[in-house]
Structures are given as C-alpha cells and as structure tokens.
Design a protein around this ligand. Structure first.
Ligand code: ADP
Ligand code: MG
Length: 630
C-alpha cells in the first residue's frame, strides 16, 4: 500500500460528492441501493459476455453469480462483494475517478442550480447518484477488483479529493469481481446492524435479478454433546454456506436429545450463515394475479430510481409471431429531454430469456414513445445476438408493433376506465369495435396524462398510419366549452343540424379565445376547438374529417354555418359587391402589409380583423418534427 500510485479526482467528481453530501445527508441509506445496483450491473455484464464465451464465467463458486454483503462490527466495516466483470487498473482509474457520461455532467450542473431540497432530491432520483454516495456513510473505502483482463488491484480513498491504486500484494484473492469495504463513519454505525441492513436490502433491492446474501449471525441453543461440531463454531475465515433448513434440523435434533433422561445441558452458540434476502425471480416472470399493485410500483422505483409512482403500467405476455413478456410503465413525469433525440434513447431494457442484453436500443420503440419505461424479455431472439445486429432484427419490428398497440390500449384505459370484468378477459389481439359510452368530459387522470404526453400522441398520429385511427380518438383540444375535449365528446355536444367540426388555430388559448373570427360561431352556439399546440399545425392536415364531420377552419374564407339562411348568403353577396370599391382601395393601400382584404361575416361585433393564415411555426417544433421523421 505504501507504494500505491496517487491520483486526484476529476473536478466534476468533487462537485458531485459535495452535492451528494449536502443534499442527501438525510437519505444516507441510498448508498446501499447504489452499490447493489452497480454490483448487479457488473453481473449483467459478465453474464452477457459469457453468452459468447462461457469460459469467462469461471468455475465452481465463481460461476454462481450473486452479491454478498457482510458486516464486521468490531472493525466497523461493511463489505459488498460481487462476482461481476470487475475492473482493470485502467477501469478503476477511469470509472471511479472521472465522470464519463455527458448526461451526468449536465446533471451536476442542474443540481448546482437547483436551490431547494425538493427539486434536487427529484433530480437525484432521476439520475441515480452512484458510487460516490458511499461517502455519506463511510469515511474511507477500499475497493478490490479483479477483471478477467488484469490482475487484482486495490483502489482506496478517504474522499479528500484523491485516491490511490495499488496492485494487490496478496494476489488475485477474489477470483473475479469487486469487493468494496466501507469503513463506516461514527455517525452511521446503524449500517453495521444486520437487521437494518436486511431491511434496506428488502426495501430497495428486492427486485435485483441476482441473489443477494447477507451474512447473518444468530444465537441458537445447542446441546453440549454436539459442541465440537465444526458447523456451529464461529466461522474463522470463510463461513460455511448453510441454509436455514440445516439449522432447523439441528434444532429438531436438539428436542429429541432433550427427551433423554440426562440433564438437558444446552448452551448458546452463534451460527453464522449466508441468508438470501431478495427474491431473485424476475417480477415480470410472475403471474399478474400473484402480484400486488404496490409491488409493481416498487419495481418501477427500483428500475428507474424514481421516487413517485408511475401513471400506469401494463404487464403482459405476447404470443403468436413473437413471444415475449413485458412490463411497461408510463412514468409520472415526462423526462426532461423527451424531444432531445440525441440525449435520450429508449428507457426500455431488453432481456433475452432472462439475460439482460441492453437498455440502449434505438429502434425498440418509435421516437414518440421514448418515455416508456420497463422491460421486455424475449424468448425468440438468439442469446448471442450482437447489439449491432439487434438494430435491424425483424423480431424487433414485431415487438415494436406490439408495444405500440399495448401502449395505446393503456392510454385508452386511462381515458375510459374499464370495468373489472372487461379487464379480466382482456384480449388485445381482438380489437372488437364495441359501442363505447362516451363520457361528457375527460377524466381527471386522462387530463393529467394528456397534459404531459399529449404531444407524443399527436406525433404518433402523424407518424404511424396504422395507429392513426385509435390515436385520433384519444387526442384532445381545448375549446370554448371545455378545458379539453376529444372529438367524440365534441360530437356529443353538437348542435342540432351541425354538420362540421369548427376549429381555430393560433399560438395560445388566450390569443384565439378573443379572436373576432370565432364570434359568429360562438354566437350561434357552436363549439370551437382551439388548435393551439404548436404540433397541431402538423396534426390538422392529417384530419380532414372525423367520422362524417369535416374539420372546418374558421379562419378560412367562406365559412357557411348550417343555420345560415339563404337570404344571409344573398345579403353577403350584395354587401361584398357594394363594398368592393372600399376593399379594393384598402387592398392597394395595405398591399405590402396584407395578402388581401375581404368582406367577412364571421365577425359578430368587431368591425374588422386581421387574419393570420396559419400558426406561427415555432423553430422548436420544426426541429422536433424534422428529428422525429429521421
Ligand atoms: P453508474 O452506475 O450510473 O454508471 P456509478 O457512479 O454508480 O455510475 O458507477 C460508476 C462506474 O463504476 C460504473 O459505470 C462502472 O463502470 C463502475 N463500477 C462501479 N461499481 C462497480 C462494480 N461493482 N463492478 C464493476 N464496475 C463497477
Ligand atoms: Mg450505479
């Protein structure tokens, strides 16, 4: 150790550490979740590599991929050990000394800008703080890591802006993987309590797909006769692996013994054993009927680091041309960079027969569904498929189609909640056209959903012709009669004899609400949709009609209302004729300012109006649309 090389942390690392220490001191316990999640990632990686070369897994115990946590109260050390990929010397320096991802750098900047505890803890929830959170509870740390590609190295730090790297003088003692020894701070000794640690693992890491063992000790009564049995002695170095059952049998044996006529001479012994804490069967492999809503929520939190519950989820098995299981979530909030296509890829994790493959697949869902979170576990893909090959795999196309369909039916469920028996025989494939009851107004849940993800639905409507019909039913617009309305709700409120759907386009609800162009329509009692979302400019050309009703733009010339009488039309003609000299004159005077001057009957009370012939295209929307269709 004396001749270890000394390194300084990248400045961003120091910043991150400061932020963690300052904003998470009341949530110290998350360090364990972070370290376990790193261990699990490392195990995923070796399992993935071993798909093409099984010898990389090693032999015997080493091939049993798991996470082991042990406590040394006397020396105040908490140890987390995994048999994952491990890190080479170079990787130790890079991964534990610098921040590589630009996303994390950005996050640090945002965090330094966030001044209140709530917004920073939300941000932290979104990103996950990672390895350095261990300094919340430890004043120093020793990391031993052994990669298949290098010897075992020791990385140590006491967080004072530097760390050291030493080749382990004891050799490659851990075989493969990483062992992290935390020297627990005076004020965090509770994390040396096995009950506390067990509870933490249960709370935060119950869904980790590798077994997590905690080395626990407990006192049992044993008869003096078996005193010399090796198993009941305090373990010296490597504790013997025993299941709880072994111990139980011994206790039963003890009862038998105590029936002997001799004096029941028992004594207390400490048994140390590896106790499996989590249930490492993946949640998505279970039957939905065996799972509680709360478990789905907890899994979402473990998966994403979110602190809030998802808006909704769907757990389903697809069969037929492609077989996979999936657990999909709509997150509580859209990701901050939802339309920044460079920064954000899909949030879905792809597994092949329980083996994690990637969470960075561009084509698993269309761009407009990138906010979806969850997992897809496919039975049909070859395990040794490379990530590059995956990009253009036909099976992925099929998966994508099914995910889109499932997503839409999730949204339909929010819009019109089903009754229980409808849910029971949910058969996605048979999309029967049922006579649905149209509610007068959207549900609160749907409003909430739509405010967050409505733009995505509209992009889907534009982009995906096979989903257009279902998505058109789901999109909403504000109107003079409703905060938001679907087309069906609009039709339900239509006036007797109304044969068109009226709308007005503009930059904001405020700007169109007071527009003279809608005066006539509103005076006559018609409902007017406000197309004021920048994306609407692209939606409207897709929707010339809804059912049998054409969509009519009130800014257009020559709008005729069904309740207009013939003589009105005549009189308009007359007036137009009469005022032709005036309109011609104004047209000349204003030639470089307006396109044309016409007599209009859309106005009820205003004398004149300047009509813009379209939305103000925002540069931003233009960019989004361009990017979407790439
Ligand atoms: P993240 O997990 O988001 O990448 P962390 O700060 O948690 O960020 O970890 C930083 C990096 O250190 C990881 O990306 C990984 O490369 C490496 N690392 C951390 N813990 C382990 C481990 N137990 N085994 C192998 N590599 C690890
Ligand atoms: Mg991590």
């Amino acid at each position: 150790k004396e001749n270890g090389e000394q390194f300084t942390f990248q400045t961003e690392v120091n910043k991150l550490m400061n932020i963690i220490i300052n904003s998470l001191y009341s949530k110290k316990e998350i360090f364990l979740r972070e370290l376990i999640s790193n261990a699990s990632d490392a195990l995923d990686k070796i399992r993935f590599l071993a798909l093409t070369n099984s010898s990389l897994l090693g032999e015997g115990d080493l091939a049993q991929l798991d996470i082991r946590i042990s406590i040394d109260k006397e020396n105040r050390v908490l140890t987390i050990r995994d048999k994952g990929v491990g890190m080479t010397k170079e990787e130790l320096i890079k991964n534990l000394g610098t921040i590589a991802q630009s996303g994390t750098k950005e996050f640090i900047q945002k965090l330094s800008d966030a001044n209140d505890a709530k917004s920073s803890s939300n941000l932290i929830g979104q990103f996950g703080v990672g390895f350095y959170s261990l300094f919340l509870v430890a004043d120093s740390v020793v990391v031993r890591s052994k990669s298949n590609d290098d010897d075992q190295y020791i990385w140590t730090s006491d967080s004072q802006s530097s760390f050291t790297i030493t080749k382990d003088p004891n050799g490659n003692t851990i075989g493969r993987g990483t062992q992290i020894d935390l020297h627990i701070k005076e004020d965090s000794l509770e994390y040396l309590d096995q009950t506390k640690v067990r509870d933490l693992i249960k709370t935060y890491s119950q869904f980790i797909n590798f077994p997590i063992y905690l080395l626990t000790s407990r006192e049992i009564e044993v008869p003096k006769e078996v005193e010399e049995t090796a198993e009941t002695e305090k373990p010296t170095e490597e504790p013997t692996e025993k299941t709880t059952e072994d111990v139980d049998i011994k206790e039963e044996g003890e009862e038998e013994e105590s029936t002997k006529p001799e004096e029941p001479t028992t004594e207390k012994k400490t048994v140390t054993e590896w106790e499996e804490i989590n249930d490492s069967q993946p949640i998505w492999m279970k039957q939905p009927k065996d799972l509680e809503v709360q478990e789905y929520y907890e899994f979402f939190k473990t998966l994403t680091g979110a602190t809030e519950e998802p808006l909704c989820y769907a757990h389903f098995a697809a069969q037929g041309d492609v077989e996979f299981k999936s657990l999909l979530y709509i997150p509580p909030e859209p990701p901050a960079n939802m339309f920044d296509l460079d920064a954000m890829t899909s949030h879905l994790k792809l597994y092949v027969r329980r083996v994690f493959i990637t969470d960075n697949l561009k084509d698993l869902v269309p761009n407009w569904l990138r906010f979806l979170q969850g997992i897809i576990d496919c039975e049909d893909l070859p395990l040794n498929v490379s990530r590059e090959m995956l990009q253009k795999n036909k099976i992925l196309e099929l998966i994508k189609k099914k995910i889109i369909r499932k997503f839409i039916s999730m949204v339909e469920d929010i819009a019109t909640p089903k009754s229980n028996d409808e849910i029971a025989d949910e058969q996605e494939e048979q999309e029967e056209e049922q006579e649905e009851k149209v509610p007068d107004h959207p549900t609160i849940e749907y409003m909430n959903f739509f405010k967050k993800f409505g733009t995505n639905l509209k992009i889907g409507l534009i982009e995906d012709s096979s989903s257009k019909k279902r998505l058109t039913k789901l999109v909403m617009f504000p109107s003079n009669k409703a905060e938001y309305t679907t087309f069906d709700q609009y039709i339900k409120r239509m006036k007797e004899g109304q044969d068109q759907i009226y709308f007005i386009a503009g930059k904001s609800k405020d700007s169109v609400e007071t527009s003279p162009l809608i005066e006539q329509a509103i005076k006559r009692g018609y409902e007017v949709l406000y197309m004021v979302d920048p994306i609407d400019e692209y939606v409207v050309p897709q929707l010339t009609k809804y059912e049998k009703y054409p969509l009519t733009n009130l800014a257009r010339e020559g709008v005729k209302f069904p309740d207009e009488k013939e003589e009105d039309v005549e009189s308009t003609k007359q007036v137009t004729q009469e005022f032709k000299p005036l309109t011609d004159y104004l047209g000349k005077v204003l030639a470089d300012k307006v396109e044309k001057v016409v007599i209009s009957k859309v106005l009820a009370d205003s004398p004149s109006v300047l009509v813009a012939n379209s939305w103000g295209i925002t540069a931003n929307m233009e960019r989004i649309m361009k990017a979407q269709s790439q």
